[in-house]
Every structure is written in structure tokens, then in C-alpha cells.
Ligand binder design. Structure first.
Ligand code: GDD
Ligand code: MN
Length: 376
């Protein structure tokens, strides 16, 4: 029998103390930070029963191994290791849903958030006056001095957009540091987006002012080890979240990106067709076929890079995905032409028929790509 799974003599009595607070820590490449965070949480919650749930997206640096070590030594620690998925919001949602205390906090692993505020946040929730307590950089007493100018500007712009467009009343809806009553969270959870970075904004926007929110100031510190995972692409996530919330989740950024890539594909198709005809004097049917293949290929690459960057296909899966994508698009073309014909039959307006066909094609390609090519 494997040494590691042999039963040990040390069957200890189960702890009878239920946690009063669950702390959820999303991690990606935070190997050098998790021990320090755990020790600080332990010190902060002296006397308060708590649990910590790390949600790690299979970090290449093996963060999950370090967390597992902690969990072996202390049953208050748990490790959720997700494979094949990426995303801060999704990790937080999963962590909160896996927790058991009546209140759940989300805190970054890199020690930029001030964990000493947690007992105060808990007391505010336990008073029964609030549903959500936000650690805020943008109220009196809070600050984000560690931001460089570019990041500070981007953060402020996003905050302004969120406040105006989504009519969010919170001063710092972009904060990643907050505590919420789990019953309220669970009511909202089915409507939350698992994509992107902005879980708090999503929570507040989805609740439509129904949550009683308290903000407390904190100073956003500097990262202990490692580097930030926010890249320029998070602007896209933000835009997507705003759009989704504005349209009550009808329009998703993924669909808009997919449609945008599709339009680029049309340009690529026409350019290839023209080059094949004029430069290489290829007969029209062959030139048209070449245009289609080049356009489908470039669409696939762009979608893999942009639209589905959180589920990006890598290595051998790329080839398989590309072939499936060709198949999906070919059927999409048949659907496109079919719809265009039947519309034209009823109402011989060329642009209406053309547009209806194109819309049908893009909806089909989008739905089928999500099912077969970049499936979860
Ligand atoms: N599981 C998981 N999956 N965790 C992630 C992922 C992911 O894809 N991306 C980032 N994290 C974890 C990091 O390991 C870290 O613990 C935390 O989420 C925050 O990520 P950072 O990369 O440190 O983000 P930041 O410091 O640039 O941004 C912070 O400040 C923003 C406010 O401007 C975060 O707190 C954001 O949530 C916050 O909006
Ligand atoms: Mn950080």
C-alpha cells in the first residue's frame, strides 16, 4: 500500500466550532505569498472561528501544493484546484459557494489588501445593518498610492463609467476586497458572470441597489512577491460586464467580440479573393474557396486569442479546434444562405435578406463554437 494513504494513528476529535467567517483567496502564481497571508489571517482572527478557502487555477508555480501543505497542518484551510479554467471572478464565486460560514470575505493573496480590517468588517455584517462591506480606496481615509499613474487613471475611469452607466452608488466598485452575507450572495450568484476581474461590480450592479452597503477605508498596499495578473485585456472584460449588465445579460462581450472577429473575417475574405484573382489569376471558384479558408483560419486564430482567451486552446488542441471550427462555419454558411434565400423569397430586398443571413450565420457559428470548439 502506498505509504501516503496508510491510516495514521492520529485520529483527532473533530472540531466542534463552526466558522463564523469564510475567507476566500483567489490565487494564480502566488506560491511565495500564501504562507504569509495565512499566518496574518490566523493572527487577525485570534478568537474568531474562521476558515480559509484558496481557489487556485492550477498555477504553474505550484501554489496549490503549498496550500495543500497548509491544509494538511490546519483543517481550517482548504484548497480548490481548478483545471482548465481561468478567471478571478469565477474563482471567487466558486470559493464562496464552497464555503460554510454565514459571512464570506474575498481578499487577494498578495497582501495588497489590509487583512486587519476583516474583524471590523465582520462586526459590521453581524450587526445586521448591512449585507455587504467594501474595503474602499476611494473614500476618506483610504488610498491607492501604490498605483502607478497609468493604472490609477484606468481605475478612476472605470469607476466613473461604472457609477454613471450602471448607476452604482459604491465609491470603489472595482475593489477586490469585500465581505458579504452568504444568503444574499447566494441569491445573486446565478446571475453573476464568471468571466473577468470585477466580481464586486457585478454583485453591486446585479443587486440593483437592493444591498445595504457599507464602505470602510483601507490603504491598497504593494504586492509582496510575484506580479499582477491584470493585463491590458481586462479593459475588455470590464466593457463586457458593463454591456451585459446594461442589457440584462442579453448581450455578452463574447458575442460582440465573436461578431467583430466575423466582420474582420469578411474583409480578410474579400482581400484574399482579390489577391487570388488579380495577382495569381486563380479561377473564381478556387479564389472564393481560398478566401473562405483564409478567413476561417484567421477568425479561428483571433477568436482563440481574444474572444476565448480565458479558454485558449493550446498545443495539439489547436489543430482539432481548427478543424471543428471549419466544420461549424461550413454549416453556418449553409444556414446563412438558406435564411437569406427564404427572406428574399418573401421580401425581395437584397440588404435585408443579406443581413438576415449574416446574422443567422454568426449566431449559429457562435452557438456551435461555444459547444464544440471552445467548450468548457
Ligand atoms: N484563481 C485565480 N484565477 N486567481 C487569480 C486569477 C485567476 O485567473 N487572476 C488573478 N488572481 C488572483 C491573484 O493571484 C491575486 O491573489 C488576486 O487574484 C488579485 O490579482 P492581482 O494580479 O494581484 O491583481 P491586481 O493587484 O492587479 O488587482 C487588484 O486590484 C484591483 C483594484 O484595482 C485586484 O484586487 C482586483 O480585484 C482589483 O479590482
Ligand atoms: Mn495584486
Amino acid at each position: 500500500m502506498n505509504e501516503a494513504i496508510r491510516p495514521g494513528p492520529e485520529t483527532q476529535p473533530q472540531s466542534a466550532v463552526a466558522p463564523r467567517i469564510s475567507v476566500v483567496v483567489p490565487t494564480f502564481n502566488e506560491r511565495d505569498n500564501v504562507n504569509t497571508l495565512y499566518r496574518r489571517l490566523e493572527a487577525t482572527f485570534a478568537g474568531i472561528p474562521f476558515e480559509v478557502i484558496f481557489v487556485d487555477d492550477n498555477s504553474p508555480d505550484g501554489t496549490w501544493e503549498v496550500v495543500r501543505g497548509l491544509a494538511r497542518a490546519d483543517t481550517r484551510v482548504r484548497c480548490i484546484r481548478r483545471i482548465g479554467r481561468r478567471g478571478l471572478s469565477g474563482a471567487c464565486i466558486e470559493g464562496i459557494l464552497a464555503s460554510s460560514a454565514p459571512c464570506a470575505a474575498v481578499i487577494d493573496a498578495d497582501l495588497q489588501h489590509d487583512e486587519t480590517q476583516l474583524p471590523k468588517m465582520l462586526a459590521l455584517l453581524q450587526s445586521g445593518e448591512f449585507d455587504l462591506v467594501v474595503g474602499s480606496r476611494y473614500i476618506e481615509g483610504g488610498s491607492a498610492d501604490s498605483f502607478n499613474r497609468q493604472r490609477a487613471g484606468a481605475s478612476q475611469l472605470a469607476t466613473e463609467v461604472a457609477k454613471r452607466v450602471l448607476r452604482v452608488k459604491v465609491a470603489d466598485p472595482m475593489s477586490g476586497f469585500f465581505m458579504i452575507r452568504r444568503d444574499r450572495f447566494e441569491q445573486l450568484a446565478p446571475q453573476l458572470s464568471t468571466q473577468g476581474f470585477k466580481i464586486l461590480l457585478d454583485i453591486v450592479a446585479t443587486a440593483h441597489g437592493e444591498l445595504r452597503v457599507k464602505e470602510i477605508p483601507f490603504t491598497f498596499g504593494t504586492r509582496l512577491h510575484g506580479e499582477s495578473k491584470l493585463d491590458s485585456m481586462v479593459a475588455l472584460d470590464f466593457l463586457g460586464l458593463v454591456l451585459a449588465k446594461l442589457t440584462n445579460d442579453i448581450v455578452s462581450l463574447r458575442f460582440l467580440l465573436f461578431a467583430m472577429v466575423g466582420s474582420i473575417g469578411l474583409v480578410v475574405h474579400l482581400a484574399t479573393l482579390k489577391i487570388a484573382l488579380d495577382v495569381f489569376s486563380v479561377p473564381f471558384p478556387h479564389a472564393q474557396a481560398a478566401g473562405a479558408v483564409v478567413a476561417m483560419t484567421s477568425n479561428f486564430i483571433l477568436n482563440n486569442f481574444l474572444t476565448y482567451r480565458d479558454q485558449r486552446l493550446k498545443g495539439f488542441a489547436i489543430l482539432r479546434g481548427l478543424l471543428l471550427f471549419y466544420l461549424v462555419c461550413s454549416v453556418g454558411l449553409v444556414a446563412n444562405v438558406g435564411v437569406a434565400f427564404s427572406v428574399y423569397d418573401q421580401e425581395p430586398i437584397w440588404w435585408l435578406a443579406g443581413a438576415a443571413g449574416a446574422l443567422m450565420g454568426v449566431v449559429w457559428n457562435y452557438a456551435m463554437s461555444g459547444l464544440f470548439v471552445w467548450r468548457k
